[in-house]
Design a binder for this molecule. Structure first.
Ligand SMILES: [Cu+2]
Length: 91
């Protein structure tokens, strides 16, 4: 019972939410021309430190990335995709 309350308190703590609240950006990604490209882009983004989740949409040619702003930023994400051959810009 005690443990359950503690877990609930941590989950609801507004301080926990503030510390490293995840940030999400959507990137316009160039050069995605075949069905493998989105996978390459996703893998490149997932390698960036602090990235929590990546969703690449091949139809809109965008990547939606959620990351810890203390560890990563949009510039680091764009650098990672550019190095993989896919220049990107913040949508
Ligand atoms: Cu491709």
């Amino acid at each position: 019972m005690r443990r359950l309350l503690l877990t609930a308190a941590l989950a609801l703590s507004p301080l926990a939410a503030l510390a490293g609240a995840p940030q999400t950006v959507t990137l316009d990604v160039k050069n995605m021309t075949c069905s493998v490209c989105p996978i390459t882009v996703r893998k490149a983004l997932e390698k960036v430190r602090g990235v929590a989740s990546v969703k690449v949409d091949p139809d809109t040619k965008t990547a939606t990335v959620t990351f810890d702003p203390d560890k990563a930023n949009a510039a680091a994400l764009m650098k990672a995709t550019a190095e993989a051959g896919y220049p990107a810009s913040v949508k």
